[in-house]
Design a protein around this ligand. Structure first.
Ligand code: BES
Ligand code: ZN
Length: 767
C-alpha cells in the first residue's frame, strides 16, 4: 500500500526540522535533520510510532547535488534526475521508529575503519573536518571494545557521527547515524578544554553503547526507558575508563552521576526508575537524573555485586536472546541471574520499582572476644526533610566495609535484607577507622555515630582514606545536614580536614557542597564570612596549581586548576581578579591567548569586576567566535555580571536570535544562579512564559529552565508564588519538575531557619 503525504520542515528541533549554519563562505545555509525520540517520527511520516512496533525502512531522498544525504544505512543506488539526485538507501534491519534518521546538508567528513572492520565517518561543518578527528579516534576504538565486551559485532555496515548546529538534546543514538550537538562532538585543539574533550569521549561512548543497548534490543515501552539510558550511562564509563585510564573516570562517576541521583531521589517528588507513562509530555519528563543517573548507579552496584565476568556473560545472553526485539526490565534481571546464579531479580526489584533509597545507620562495638568489631545496621528510607516514613520501605542492600588496616579493600560484606542486621569485622583496633560502602558503590547513604566519624577524620587529612571514600563521607554528612539530622556547622568543620586535598573529583564534590551552602547564605547577611571561609579552604590547592599548566601535569590537575580558579573568581578573590584581568586583556589584544581550560574562570572574573564596557567586549568575543564551544563558554559566563541592568541585557540577549534556542536555557541559568540574578530570571521566565512554552513545547529543555529558575529560592513565600504561577500557567512536561522545585524551595527555607544562626556564629568565630 502507498500513502502520499506531505509535511513541513519545521524549526522546533523535533521531527524533520531545519538547522541553520554558516558555511565556509560565510553564507547562511540550512540542513534538514531529524530528531524522533521519543514521539516525533509521526511528525515526519505516518507510522505506528511506538518502540515495540518494529519495522524495516527503505528510505530514499531526493536532494540538490551539492548536499550530502545520509540515513541509517549506506546508499544502495544513486540516480541523477535533472538538477536533483535521488539516493536510495539499503533496507534497515527491523527497528523502532524513534531510531530512524536522515540528514541533508553541507558537510565534510573524516573516515577510518575500526579494527573490527566497520566504516566510521565523522561529519563536520565544511572546512572543519580536522575537528572530527578526536571523535573518530574514540569511535573506532569504542566499536571493537563493545564488540568484545558484549561478544556481539556491531550489526550495521557503517556508522556516521554528525555534528548538527541546532540540536535540542546533547546527542541522539539513531542507528548507524548518530547526531550530536557541535559541542558534544567537535574538538578544536587550540580551543577545546580538557573537560570538554573528556565529555566528548563519554558522549561518543554513550551513543555507541545504545547501538546494542536500545537499538538492537529495545525497551518494550517508555516505562523501561532506563534500560536504554541508565545502562548506556553506565557503559560509557566502562569504555572511557578503558580508553583513557588517566581520566580516573569512575571516581568522577560518583560526583557527576551517583550523587546527582541521590540528591533528586530523596525528594517526595522523585519517582521510581520504572514509572508508568502515557502522554508524550510524560515521556519527555523522564529523561531525567533518575532514569540516567540512578539507573547507571544501580547498574554499577549490580555490576559490583555479581562481578565483571558474570556481568559480561549476562549481557551477551540478554542481547542475543532479545536481539531485534523488545524487553522489560525483568528480562535483563533474568539473564544476569542466569549468568551469575545470584538472586538478581530479588535484589534489584526494590531499586527500580520503589522510589528513593535507604539510609543505613551504623553503630559499632568491640566484639566480645576482642578480635574485631561488631557492626549493627538499621535501614530506613532517606527523606530530604528528615522525616521518618513508615516501615514499608525495605531494600536488599549489599553492604561492604573497609578498615584502616586495608584502606580501599573490602574486608567484610553482607546483604542487609531486613530492617536490621549485624556484621563482624575482623582485625580492628580501638583507634582504627571503619568505613562503610568503600568506593561509594552502594546506592544508599550512611549515618555514622560521632565516634566512628571522628576516627575517620585524620585519614581524610593524611589522605590515607581513598578519594572515593573521602568524597562519600563528606557528601553523606552533607545530606544528613540538609535533612536536619545534624547541624551545618558539622560539615563546615569537616571540610576543614580537606584543606590539603589533592584529588580533582573530591574537590568537585567539595565545590558542590560549597555552592549549596553559598546559595543558602546568600539569603542572609553571613555571605561575606562564608566567602572568607571558602577562600581559606582553597588557599593550599590554589598555591599548588597556580595559573600555568605545569609541564607533564595530569589531566586531572588541569581540570582541578579550572575548577579552583572558577571558584575563586566567583568569590571575587582580589589576586584572582587581577591576574584574570591581565590575562584576559592579553587575550583580546593579540598577546598570549588564554588556554581553553582557564577561559571560563577568566571570563567570569572580568565580568564580575567589570562594567558595560567589559560586557560589550565579551559580546564582541562571542560574535567573533566560530566554535560553538567558545560561544557556549562566553554566553554561560554572562550571568556573572553583577549589575542588574547588565543582567537584564543578558536575559534579553538569551532570547535574541544571536543565541540558538538550545542554548538560551543555559544563558538564563547563568543569571538565575546568582543572588542578584535569581529574582530577575524568575520574573523574566514569568514575563516570557508564553514564548518559552511555544518555543520548547513541553520538551526537556523547558523542564531544565523551570528547575534552574526556581530551585535557589529559600522562603515559603516564594514556594507559594511558584506553586501558584504554575497552577495558573499549565506547562505540560514540567509538572514533576515544578513540584520538585517547590519542594526544594521549602527545604531550603526550613534549612535556613534551622541553621542560619549557628552557621553565622561559627563563621564569625573562624575569621
Ligand atoms: N537518547 C538520548 C537523546 C534524547 C534525550 C532523546 C532526550 C530524546 C530526549 C541520548 O542517548 C542521550 O542520552 N543523550 C544525552 C547525552 C548523554 C551522553 C547523556 C543528552 O542528550 O544529554
Ligand atoms: Zn542515551
Amino acid at each position: 500500500m502507498d500513502i502520499t503525504f506531505d509535511g513541513e520542515i519545521n524549526d522546533k528541533m523535533k521531527g524533520l526540522y531545519r538547522s541553520k549554519y554558516v558555511n565556509e563562505k560565510g553564507e547562511d545555509g540550512y540542513a534538514a535533520v531529524t530528531q524522533f525520540e521519543s514521539t516525533d517520527a509521526r511528525r515526519c511520516f505516518p507510522c505506528w510510532d511506538e518502540p515495540a512496533l518494529k519495522a524495516t525502512f527503505d528510505i530514499s531522498l531526493i536532494v540538490p547535488p551539492k548536499l550530502e544525504a545520509l540515513s541509517n544505512m549506506p546508499i544502495k543506488k544513486t540516480t541523477n534526475m535533472e538538477d536533483l539526485i535521488c539516493y536510495d538507501f539499503e533496507k534497515t534491519p527491523i527497528m523502532s521508529t524513534y531510531l530512524v534518521a536522515v540528514v541533508v546538508g553541507e558537510y565534510d567528513y573524516v573516515e577510518d575503519r575500526s579494527a573490527d572492520g566497520v566504516l566510521v565517518k565523522v561529519y563536520t561543518p565544511r572546512g572543519k573536518k580536522e575537528q572530527g578527528l578526536f571523535a573518530l579516534e574514540v569511535a573506532t576504538k569504542v566499536l571493537p571494545y563493545y564488540k568484545e565486551y558484549f561478544n556481539i559485532a556491531y550489526p550495521l555496515p557503517k556508522i556516521d557521527l554528525i555534528a548538527i548546529a541546532d540540536f535540542s538534546a546533547g546527542a541522539m543514538e539513531n542507528w548507524g547515524l548518530v547526531t550530536y550537538r557541535e559541542t558534544r562532538l567537535l574538538v578544536d585543539p587550540q580551543n577545546t578544554s580538557a573537560v570538554r574533550k573528556q565529555w566528548i569521549a563519554l558522549v561518543v561512548g554513550h551513543e555507541l553503547a545504545h547501538q546494542w543497548f536500545g537499538n538492537l534490543v529495545t525497551m518494550e515501552w517508555w516505562t523501561h526507558l532506563w534500560l536504554n539510558e541508565g545502562y548506556a550511562s553506565f557503559v560509557e564509563f566502562l569504555c572511557v575508563n578503558h580508553l583513557f585510564p588517566e581520566y580516573d573516570i569512575w571516581t568522577q562517576f560518583v560526583n557527576d552521576i551517583y550523587i546527582r541521583a541521590l540528591e533528586l531521589d530523596c525528594l517526595k517528588n522523585s519517582h521510581p526508575i520504572e514509572v508508568p507513562v502515557g502522554h508524550p509530555s510524560e515521556i519527555d519528563e523522564i529523561f531525567d537524573d533518575i532514569s540516567y543517573n540512578k539507573g547507571a548507579s544501580v547498574i554499577r552496584m549490580l555490576h559490583h555485586y555479581i562481578g565483571d565476568e558474570d556481568f559480561r556473560k549476562g549481557m551477551n545472553l540478554y542481547l542475543t536472546r532479545h536481539q531485534y526485539k523488545n524487553t522489560f526490565t525483568e528480562d535483563l534481571w533474568a539473564a544476569l541471574e542466569e549468568s551469575s546464579k545470584k538472586p538478581v531479580g530479588a535484589v534489584m526489584s526494590a531499586w527500580t520499582k520503589q522510589m528513593g533509597f535507604p539510609v543505613v545507620k551504623v553503630t559499632s562495638k568491640p566484639s566480645e572476644d576482642g578480635t574485631g568489631y561488631e557492626l549493627s545496621f538499621t535501614q530506613c528510607k532517606f527523606c530530604a526533610d528528615g522525616a521518618q516514613p513508615s516501615n514499608d520501605y525495605l531494600w536488599m542492600i549489599p553492604i561492604s566495609v573497609s578498615t584502616s588496616k586495608n584502606p580501599g579493600k573490602e574486608v567484610a560484606h553482607t546483604v542487609l535484607q531486613s530492617k536490621e542486621g549485624k556484621l563482624f569485622v575482623p582485625d580492628v583496633g580501638p583507634k582504627d577507622w571503619i568505613k562503610i560502602n568503600p568506593g561509594t558503590i552502594g546506592y544508599y547513604r550512611t549515618q555514622y555515630t560521632s565516634d566512628m566519624l571522628e576516627r575517620l577524620i585524620p585519614a581524610i587529612r593524611d589522605l590515607s582514606l581513598p578519594p572515593l571514600d573521602r568524597l562519600g563521607l563528606l557528601d553523606d554528612l552533607f545530606a544528613m545536614v540538609q535533612a536536619g539530622h545534624t547541624s551545618s556547622v558539622e560539615v563546615l568543620k569537616l571540610m576543614k580536614a580537606f584543606e590539603g586535598e589533592v584529588d580533582y573529583t573530591v574537590w568537585s564534590s567539595i565545590s558542590n557542597v560549597l555552592t549549596k551552602l553559598g546559595v543558602l547564605l546568600s539569603h542572609t547577611d553571613g555571605e561575606k564570612q562564608f566567602i572568607e571561609y571558602e577562600k581559606k579552604l582553597l588557599l593550599k590547592v590554589y598555591h599548588r596549581l597556580g595559573w600555568d599548566a605545569i609541564e607533564g601535569e595530569t589531566h586531572l590537575d588541569t581540570l582541578l586548576r579550572g575548577l579552583v580558579l572558577g571558584r575563586l573568581a566567583w568569590l571575587d578573590d582580589e589576586t584572582t581578579a587581577k591576574e584574570a584581568k591581565k590575562r584576559f586583556s592579553n587575550h583580546i589584544t593579540g598577546g598570549p591567548s588564554l588556554p581553553a581550560d582557564l577561559r571560563s574562570a577568566c571570563y567570569k572574573s572580568v565580568l564580575r569586576a567589570g562594567d558595560q564596557e567589559t560586557y560589550d567586549t565579551l559580546l564582541k568575543l562571542y560574535r567573533s567566535a566560530d566554535l560553538h564551544e567558545e560561544k557556549d563558554r562566553i554566553s554561560r559566563a554572562l550571568g556573572a555580571a553583577k549589575d542588574i541592568t547588565l543582567l537584564s541585557k543578558v536575559l534579553e540577549f538569551a532570547m535574541s536570535d544571536e543565541v540558538r534556542s538550545q542554548d538560551t536555557v543555559f544563558v538564563i541559568m547563568s543569571v538565575a544562579m546568582t543572588r542578584v540574578g535569581r529574582k530577575l530570571a524568575w520574573q523574566f521566565f514569568k514575563d516570557h512564559w508564553k514564548e518559552l512554552i511555544n518555543r520548547y513545547q513541553g520538551g526537556f529543555l523547558l523542564a531544565r529552565l523551570v528547575k534552574f529558575t526556581t530551585e535557589n529560592f529559600a522562603s515559603e513565600e516564594m514556594a507559594n508564588e511558584v506553586e501558584l504561577f504554575f497552577k495558573e500557567h499549565k506547562s505540560p512536561g514540567t509538572e514533576r519538575t515544578v513540584q520538585q522545585g517547590v519542594e526544594t524551595i521549602r527545604l531550603n527555607a526550613a534549612w535556613l531557619k534551622r541553621d542560619k544562626d549557628a552557621i553565622i556564629q561559627y563563621l564569625n568565630s573562624q575569621n
